[in-house]
Design a protein around this ligand. Sequence first.
Ligand SMILES: CCC[C@H](O)CC(=O)SCCNC(=O)CCNC(=O)[C@H](O)C(C)(C)COP(=O)([O-])OP(=O)([O-])OC[C@H]1O[C@@H](n2cnc3c(N)ncnc32)[C@H](O)[C@@H]1OP(=O)([O-])[O-]
Length: 717
Amino acid sequence: MAKYSRLHGSVGLISLANPPVNALSSVVRHAISEKVAKAFRDPEVTCVVICGENGVFCGGADIREFASTMRGPPLVPMIDAIEEGEKPVVAAIEGVAFGGGLELALGCHYRIAHYKARVGLPEVTLGLLPAAGGTQRLPRLTGVAPALQLITTGRHVAAPEALKLGIVDQVTEQNTVEVAVQFAKSVVGQALHNRRLSLRQLSCPPDGLFEETMAQIKQRARGAVAPIACVQAVKAAATLPFKAGMDKERDLMATLFNSGQAKALQYSFFAQRSVAKWNLPNGAHSGISKARAVHRAAVIGLGTMGRGIVVSLVRAGISVIAMETNEKQLHTGKKMVIAILEKDAQKHNAAPRADLVHFTERLSDLSNVDLVIEAVYEDMVLKKDIFKQLSMICKPDAFLCTNTSALNVDELAAVTGRPEMVVGMHFFAPAHVMKLLEVVYGQHSSPEAVATAMQLGKRLGKVSVAVGNCPGFVGNRMMKLYVEQAHFLLEEGATPEQVDEALEEFGFAMGIFKVSDLSGLDVGWRVRKEAGLTGAGVDWKEPPRRRQGRRYSPLADLLCEKGHLGQKTSRGWYLYEKPGGRDPKPDQGLHSFLVEYRSKYGLKARRIDKDEVLERCLFSLINEGFCILDDGIASGPEDVDVIYVHGYGWPRHRGGPMFYADMVGLSKVLERLEFYHQAHPDVPYLKPSPLLRKLVRNGSPPIREWREFLKRPHSHL
Ligand SMILES: CCC[C@H](O)CC(=O)SCCNC(=O)CCNC(=O)[C@H](O)C(C)(C)COP(=O)([O-])OP(=O)([O-])OC[C@H]1O[C@@H](n2cnc3c(N)ncnc32)[C@H](O)[C@@H]1OP(=O)([O-])[O-]
């Protein structure tokens, strides 16, 4: 709703009141239209101020309403009526003015913002465009180029930048509503013609701006259609009269509104928020579990992961003890951490925050920290030794966390005297860049430990997802099968280029073989050795392409044995111009190696099409996602999807693997898995999961109903 009051006798004050973000639901739109008309009618009222209650102007249209038929007055005529009014209307912007909220403010004649407020048109991130005049009014205010950049990326800007761009007329540190009221009174009687953005002429955009932007977007958008529609709408603003531009904006919105991409992106928006509300099998949940404040943290191990974690902690203003026993590694780690922090400082024109980090070789220095994150390499014996020592050295209420990406958190917890204080905090490389954090709870992890790790993740700016303990947790457990399928496809006749091309066309930023070259083939090699799949632990009585009773491809191991570890050695699945090179080229040597390999094992190469690449790679990953849900390792499909979008480059406009399965149709996924399982009986994980079968038996309910079909996992706590 919206409230109306009269201030100083002559100012009509309209306050949007729809917590938490004053979204423009049909009730709110109705109330605004009514209150504006009332203020315009009232002869005592000479000017109007629109603001939002609780320090937020408006978070835009109510996204929840998009799923149903829209009711109530539409935004466009409501905003037009404000702009056409004969009394000055001032928007008092606190908190945020996003999407329809900013469009409402653009319909006002003036905009006053609090210095901490942010404004933006993020519709593109929801698969839409700003369709309440945003694509037509913003370019008339800022010029075409800045508007095009803001609308196609959805970037928000802080009030000082908004002032520079001309989006707001004044920025204040005082009470914004009071300043806006005084301002409104001061402009009464002044001509409004120039303040009506729809009447403004646009200056000519720079030559080639639209073509260049379109080309960049097509390269960057990985198949997303909304950014393209945004360019077309802004181009209409630059080339057509306002009314015709508005018609174009409406038509483009109509093509986006019911698209699968818009549904996927809106699902992603709510999924990301839902994972913050975590549940544990014992019934503990985010609503009742209190986090403890972390003032001092420690990171053990200054390899790539450790350094990134240190930087993330410092950026959040947390003081860190960075510990590393290897002197050379300590020196290199220190240099790199300081270099990143100095670069940060330069970027923000601030002093470097290196004083927050203390580098040490001594574990005993960790006696007084609130939380430790162990980030040494994946060796259970080494990790256990560290946890045993931490248990003795750290203060009794310190949380002990491991950054392991696959090892058993319970096994580590068992060597400490405080298993309830142990949780996994699985960061993704590079940890100061990647958004995802898997918070892994073990059998004995206390709700307080989980709450603290989740809260810390939020403070570090991560999207944190609480997951159960199993080999690989959620992300890597699914990823393993996806990678394995890609290797099998090479055995059967594909090349790395063919597989990667299909995955990139689907929307992944990089195909799986390029990713493997980037992170180094030796990473997976070490994990496979640890798992007894290659190296000394192998049972050589098994045939060479079988391990532990099922099909296995030793292709990656053979490359590692040759020293072809990816970018760092200039050869992997692709060829690079030099060690550390970034530009992958097809490698004829690798193709010959594949031919020899197939001939050695009597494998006949066949033509593999893109559909098979996608189905084999993605459906096996999705099937494992269903197993994970069935096992209670993730509490809902949103958790799996958020992990894949934020940690594994799954294209956001496809929602995530589980959402994609829903879009493709569960019966189709089931039918294809049955087909591939029959064709490859030696690959057990192609066998459709019981949960997938159950959902199909129950008529393939939509994803929002899947939780009703999940077993409640047994509590071990
Ligand atoms: C014709 C139409 C034209 C128009 O151009 C289209 C649009 O405007 S499209 C819209 C363009 N606008 C956008 O894309 C802005 C989207 N919103 C945001 O970016 C952030 O939510 C915001 C910065 C506002 C607050 O961040 P924060 O303080 O960290 O808080 P938070 O993020 O945790 O959210 C708190 C709660 O509010 C909920 N909720 C939020 N917004 C909406 C909404 N618009 N609607 C409904 N609900 C919304 C959110 O789900 C959560 O609910 P819950 O049940 O408690 O989990």
